[in-house]
Design a binder for this molecule. Sequence first.
Ligand code: SF4
Length: 452
Amino acid sequence: MKALLVNPWICDFAAYDLWLRPFGLLRAGTVLRRWGWEVELLDCLDRFDPDLKDNSGEILPRRDRDGRGKYPRTPVGKPEAIAEVERPYFRYGLPPELARRRLEERERPDLILAGTTMTYWYPGYLESLELAREVFPSVPMILGGLYPRLCPDHARARSGADIVLTGGGWGELAASIAGLGLPPPPPVGDDVIPAYDLLRDRSALAVRTGRGCPHSCSYCAAALLEPELLRRTPESIAAEIAGYRDRYGTTDIAFYDNALLFDSPNHLDRILSLLLHRGIRVRFHTPNGLHARFLTPETAGLMKESGFLQPRLGLESSRAEVQQRTGGKVANRDLIRALDRLETAGFLRPEIIVYLMIGLPGQRPREAEADIRFVHSLGATISLAAYSPIPGTADYLALVRRGEIPADLDPLWQNNTIFCPRQGVFTLEAVRWLRQLAGELNRKLPGAEMEC
Ligand code: SF4
């Protein structure tokens, strides 16, 4: 039996590859292999396809640094629900004719499985599924990932997939395959690493050392999606990373954990010590942000020694009232202490990135400005993330209760680029002004790599 995995296009106003890898989809690939399937991948976001050229025939730039980079993009019309937004809209990834060619090169599969992440990228998902359906009509199609988990009714109504996975877990995938009349697979455990051999470029890969988070912040879906905190063994993670380095020459690893630093003496410290002991050197990245409160001096030292670059810490807001109301994951004193510890370990302050959120429900632009100035006063680099409402979270439900968003808000409006201006408090001008301020302050930091 043969399965075709589809990593679909992204449709958005802006998109950048910040170590985005089809992690869940490729884990499903490993599980299918364990069930005896052959697995192939159509990666619509493949920045390394040898036939990717710009209009003049030049090979497109594919890599910025450390495994990040720009996707090729094509302007597309905006969907009806967001037609009023006065910004250009794009499909990111392979041009459609190239994606079609990559599909037509393959034999007909017995099953198509598509993965998803951001809910508001769904026009790209639907278009990818349509293309796969055109090339392989009547092949059963399963849609999984975050979009159907967070917006199950929308995904069922709009995707055209035969089965929409809304629960997570390999049991649901196994039952779906059996339900399609395909051979029912045996059960499989949870310690599954992605089938990265299917990717064209493996210089930068993602690793997840565990699931879940001990906190439950009002704006975050981590607790909904992964209610249990589960960690893999340090030995298996160190072996996984060493395997990538040895097999693929991988130079960059992005941790996808929500709570990488939790219980670090028994977890991250041991992973890093094992890697150091074996002489494994790669660069580590933390796109999800780290918990400042959990950062011990020992962990900071090991992070520096092991090759962490630009560690990212989550603050979101510097107002104690907001920190408490949204879940109490961090206080200003935690951030100050974490910065001290990282500095003592050898990181320069400007290379440490602190995430701040703008547009949180109830927040005013002047408060966001105060947050920006607070982080700058500590000498760290500011990275702003605009708030977006995630279905099922406490903040989302409160917005619905207060009538600030409809219960059936189109997922397109869950896009942080356009949600803040929609709500009226953080207008486009206000967001632009805050971003400009953060940029200016970042540029004033000595020897800093500007990021905001
Ligand atoms: S601490 Fe981070 S991952 Fe955990 S719930 Fe809060 S925002 Fe989400």
